[in-house]
Design a binder for this molecule. Structure first.
Ligand code: GDD
Ligand code: MG
Length: 395
C-alpha cells in the first residue's frame, strides 16, 4: 500500500504520538523498486512486510449478541494469516447465540482452510486459570470474568499470547463492510512496520462514518470521538503548555498493539478501554508522574494514528448508548491525576449541558484492571495454552 510518511510526531516524556497518516492507496503492486517519479512524503509498504506482521498477529473480535451475518462478514475480511480469536459475551440461555457464533465460524474456517478460536467470557476454565494466576481483578463476585467489552479484549489478549502471537489487533463484530476489516488489519501491519519501539500501538481513524438522514451523508466525526479527543488534547496541552490537536483516535475501537505493550498496559472496563489506554500511557510514561519502567523509557512508546480509505458502517444503538460511552470515556480523563481543575470543570459543564450529568454530580470512576504483567502471566498463559484445544473451532 501507499501511506503518508510519518510527518510529525509529538513527544510526551517517552510517548511518541504521530499525527494522522493517511492511506493514499490500498495496493502498491508487485514491483519492489519504485519508479523515480514517486512523490516524496508517501511511502510504500510492500506485501511481504504486511504479510510478515499479519502472520504474527491475532485479531480479537469482541462480540455481544451481534447479527451472525455481520460476524461472518467481519471474519471473512480478516487476512488469512492472522489468527482470529472471537471473545464472546453473547447469550447462552434460551437461544444459545454463542454456539451459533461457533457454528458460523467453523463453517467459514472449513471452507477457507484456516483455524480460529472462540471463547466465552463466562468460561469457567478461563476464570479458574485467572484466579490461580492471581489475576483476580478481572473476575466478578461469582468468580467469572466481568461483563464488558474491555474485559472481552483482555481475555482475547491472553488467548493470543497463549497462541504465541506477538501482536494483537481488535476489530468490532458489528462492521457491515468486510473490505474495511481487511484494510484495518493491513493498516495495523503497516503501522507496526513503521514503529521504532517494540512497545507500539496503531489506532485507526475512519475516513468517514456515513449517516443516513435525508440521504447518505459522509460524516467525518462522531459526537463521542470529537468530545473525547478535545479533552484528551486539553489534558496534554495544560501539562506541556503548548496547545495540541494531535489526538484524533481517543475512542478508536479499531486498534492494535504489540504484545510487549499490551502486557504493561492497564485496561479499563467496558467502553472506557480505548480512552483509558491513552490516559494510562500519558500517566505512566508521559514524563510528568514518576515511573519505574526504565526499559520502556529507554525504548519509548510509539503510537501511530492511521486514517483509512474505507468508510466505517456499524450498528446504530441510539442516544442512551452513546451517552453511556461518552460518560465513561470522559470519566477516564476526569479522574486522571494529570487532569487539572479547568479541564475537570469543562468536562463537567459539557456533561451537564448534554443532560448526561446533573448539577453537583461527577462521573463515576471506571474500573481499571491491573496490567497483565502484575499477575503471574506465565502461569496464566500456560494454563490457557493447555486448554487451547477447547477453544478451537476446528477440532
Ligand atoms: N466480549 C464482549 N463483551 N464484547 C462486547 C461486550 C461485552 O460485554 N459489549 C459489547 N461488545 C462488542 C460488541 O458486540 C461490538 O462488537 C464491540 O464490542 C463494540 O461495541 P459497540 O456497542 O458496537 O460499540 P460502539 O460501536 O457503539 O462504540 C464505539 O466506541 C467505543 C468507545 O470508545 C466502538 O468503537 C467501541 O469499540 C468503543 O469501545
Ligand atoms: Mg459498534
Amino acid at each position: 500500500m501507499f501511506i503518508e510518511s510519518p510527518r510529525y510526531t509529538e513527544r510526551f516524556g517517552s510517548v511518541r504520538m504521530s499525527h494522522i497518516q493517511r492511506v493514499i492507496s490500498l495496493d502498491s503492486g508487485a514491483r519492489k523498486r519504485l519508479p523515480a517519479h514517486t512523490s516524496t512524503g508517501v511511502i510504500k509498504i510492500d506485501e511481504e512486510t504486511i504479510r510478515y506482521f499479519e502472520s504474527r498477529m491475532a485479531v480479537v473480535i469482541p462480540i455481544k449478541d451481534e447479527k451472525l451475518r455481520l460476524l461472518e462478514g467481519v471474519v471473512s475480511g480478516v487476512p488469512h494469516d492472522c489468527l482470529v480469536i472471537v471473545a464472546s459475551n453473547s447469550q447462552r440461555e434460551r437461544v444459545d447465540r454463542f454456539r451459533m457464533e461457533g457454528d458460523v465460524l467453523s463453517q467459514l474456517c472449513r471452507f477457507t482452510f484456516r483455524q480460529a478460536l472462540i471463547i466465552h467470557q463466562k468460561d469457567p476454565v478461563f476464570a479458574k486459570a485467572a484466579a490461580q494466576a492471581n489475576y483476580t481483578d478481572i473476575l466478578d463476585r461469582n468468580g467469572l470474568v466481568r461483563d464488558g467489552k474491555g474485559e472481552g479484549m483482555i481475555m482475547g489478549l491472553i488467548v493470543a499470547k497463549a497462541a504465541g502471537k506477538e501482536y494483537v489487533g481488535y476489530i468490532d463484530a458489528d462492521n457491515y463492510f468486510p473490505g474495511s476489516v481487511l484494510e484495518y488489519v493491513r493498516n495495523y501491519a503497516a503501522g507496526f512496520s513503521l514503529a521504532q519501539s517494540p512497545y507500539s500501538m496503531v489506532r485507526i481513524l475512519w475516513r468517514y462514518k456515513p449517516k443516513i438522514s435525508a440521504g447518505l451523508y459522509f460524516k467525518k466525526w462522531g459526537r463521542i470521538s470529537e468530545i473525547t479527543n478535545k479533552y484528551l488534547n486539553s489534558l496534554i496541552s495544560t501539562k506541556t503548555g503548548f496547545e495540541t490537536e494531535v489526538v484524533k483516535t481517543g475512542n478508536a475501537g479499531e486498534h492494535a498493539m504489540s504484545m510487549q505493550l499490551a502486557e504493561i498496559l492497564p485496561f479499563a472496563s467496558g467502553y472506557a478501554v480505548e480512552s483509558q489506554e491513552l490516559i494510562s500511557l500519558f500517566e505512566n510514561f508521559g514524563g510528568i508522574l514518576p515511573t519505574r519502567e526504565s526499559k520502556v523509557i529507554e525504548q519509548g512508546i510509539d503510537i501511530l494514528q492511521i486514517e483509512t480509505r474505507n468508510p466505517h458502517l456499524h450498528e446504530e444503538r441510539g442516544n442512551q448508548h452513546l451517552n453511556d460511552i461518552l460518560l465513561c470515556s470522559l470519566s477516564t480523563i476526569y479522574h486522571s491525576p494529570l487532569c487539572d481543575k479547568e479541564v475537570k470543570q469543562a468536562i463537567l459543564a459539557d456533561l451537564i449541558n448534554q443532560g448526561i450529568l446533573k448539577e453537583g454530580e461527577i462521573p463515576t470512576p471506571v474500573h481499571v484492571h491491573a496490567p497483565l504483567r502484575n499477575a503471574n502471566v506465565t502461569k496464566l498463559v500456560e494454563a490457557v495454552r493447555s486448554n487451547l484445544d477447547r477453544y478451537r473451532v476446528l477440532r
